[in-house]
Design a protein around this ligand. Structure first.
Ligand code: SAM
Ligand code: SF4
Ligand code: F3S
Length: 446
């Protein structure tokens, strides 16, 4: 009988991709994924370290697992992800319930580490940066997981060292996977039913793989994926404004599968703050990238990330952020109050008052949500293309996404899963579009 593994994932899409890979690897040593924590033989907590209280959240989760297992034998407890990398041996010392700590660039060693633990019961911590070996190992594991929309990590790590960010420390230096390894993984995904591929990297547009005098960039990957039959949609995230090179921008002229929605974090609308953040780009360059893309295709829309209350942010800097939002009219964005992260340059700077940051965050979010709702409202009574991802259990309803990543809910049969259908939007709110299947579809609701 196979053993059961329950995995809980925090953080970015890369952690979601990694969790799937961890499950694929564990299958080799006889584990199967379970959705039920209480019957698990192994509990994996895949963690994120990006903002404050990350560490505390981990110990809190482990405490909950301990409580759940108070009357039964303890599962094997493994902490993976960015907190594992940052805290490493500290975690084993502080929380004896944890058995193994494995960092993001050591997942290829997860099986041997588990098997060793099963033999000798010695707690272990593996946090080497072995990115090449990791991808070589993990890319050889074939899986049959079928997902309509699949993440595919093409690049990991970061060399940019923005002064607020832990990623360069937790994921290590920038590494781009071999071009053919990525294309082969995409083909396997398509064979398993994938229609949309979301290319991932902490700096996805810094992708650069060199082989016999040729450099392959993100644009080359997009152009090659475009040619694979079965792939209907291509997206990428997260990109850095400095790496929005002309070859990538021009993909929006030629590609029919690249979605007209660009997530491009700017963090602040003030050049002074961008400099203090060590972002290495200016607001004007960002705006000119946006303008160029809009010229190519006026249907392209943007989303971004903002950090509010960064040390040194004055009223004028904040107002510049608001002006930028009014200029670009982002249709969906993430905004956070600055959180001082251990070991980063910004953690040593004088923080601004917490209540000022919170007030500013509220103002910024009202503005961002306003544009988001306005965009959604503008879709009412219009027909949109929706890639159907799954059914909503027990409701005879389907869930899908339009090209702008909005969640769309409408009635229809499961025969539509994996297809792009036309939906008429009948109602909208901030996050969701409600609609009905258009009768123009060649695919009918079952
Ligand atoms: N590589 C991406 C870029 O250059 O914009 C960002 C990746 S980071 C995982 C995702 C987002 O988390 C960032 O865009 C930023 O807005 C937010 N973030 C990172 N560090 C933060 C901090 N110390 N405090 C608040 N937000 C933070
Ligand atoms: Fe973090 Fe992105 Fe800056 Fe890298 S480029 S340090 S991942 S915010
Ligand atoms: Fe979090 Fe690590 Fe992703 S810190 S956002 S899980 S790269």
């Amino acid at each position: 009988m196979s053993k059961k593994v329950f995995i809980k994932t925090f953080g970015c899409q890369m952690n979601v991709y990694d969790s799937d890979k961890i499950i694929d690897a564990l299958k080799i040593i006889g584990y199967e994924k379970s959705e039920n924590l209480n019957s698990a033989d192994c509990f994996v907590l895949n963690t994120c370290h990006i903002r404050d209280k990350a560490k505390e959240k981990v110990y809190h989760e482990i405490g909950r697992v301990r409580e759940a297992f108070v009357n039964q034998s303890k599962p094997l407890v493994i902490v993976t992800g960015c907190v594992a990398q940052a805290e490493n041996t500290e975690m084993l010392k502080r929380e004896p319930y944890i058995d193994l700590v494995i960092g993001p660039q050591s997942y290829h060693k997860i099986n041997e580490t588990i098997l060793q633990f099963e033999n000798n019961k010695l707690k272990n911590e593996i946090t080497d940066f072995d990115t090449i070996e990791k991808f070589n190992y993990l890319s050889k594991i074939q899986n049959k997981i079928s997902k309509v929309s699949s993440f595919l990590t093409i690049q990991e790590g970061c060399d940019k060292f923005c002064h607020f960010c832990v990623v360069p420390y937790t994921r290590g230096p920038e590494y781009s996977r071999p071009f053919n390894q990525i294309i082969n993984e995409a083909k396997t995904m398509v064979q398993n039913g994938t229609k949309e591929i979301i290319l991932l990297g902490q700096n996805v547009n810094a992708y650069s793989f060199k082989e016999t005098n040729k450099e392959f960039r993100l644009s080359d990957l997009i152009i090659s994926l475009e040619k694979i039959n079965g792939i209907e949609r291509i997206r990428y995230t997260t990109s850095h404004p400095r790496d929005m090179t002309k070859d990538l921008l021009d993909c929006y002229k030629v590609s029919k599968k690249l979605m007209p929605f660009v997530h491009l974090p700017i963090q602040s609308g003030s050049n002074k703050i961008l400099k203090l953040m060590n972002r290495k780009h200016r607001v004007e360059e960002y705006v000119s990238t946006v303008n160029y893309l809009k010229e190519i295709n006026d249907k392209i829309e943007f989303s971004s990330d903002f950090i509010i209350g960064y040390p040194g942010e004055e009223k004028e800097d904040f107002e510049n952020t608001l002006k930028l939002i009014d200029k670009i009219k982002f249709i969906n964005s993430y905004s956070f109050v600055f959180s001082a992260r251990p070991g980063t340059t910004a953690s040593k700077l004088k923080p601004i008052e917490d209540n000022i940051s919170k007030k500013r965050l509220k103002i910024v979010q009202e503005k961002l949500f306003g544009y988001q709702k306005l965009k959604n409202k503008s879709l009412e009574n219009k027909f949109i293309d929706v890639l159907v991802e799954n059914e909503i259990k027990g409701q005879n309803k389907l869930f899908g996404r339009n090209p702008y990543m909005n969640s769309v809910i409408f009635e229809g049969g499961i025969n539509l899963i994996g297809k792009i259908v036309q939906v008429k939007v009948t109602k909208t709110n901030q996050n969701t579009l409600i609609g009905e299947l258009s009768n123009k579809n060649k695919f009918k609701a079952a």
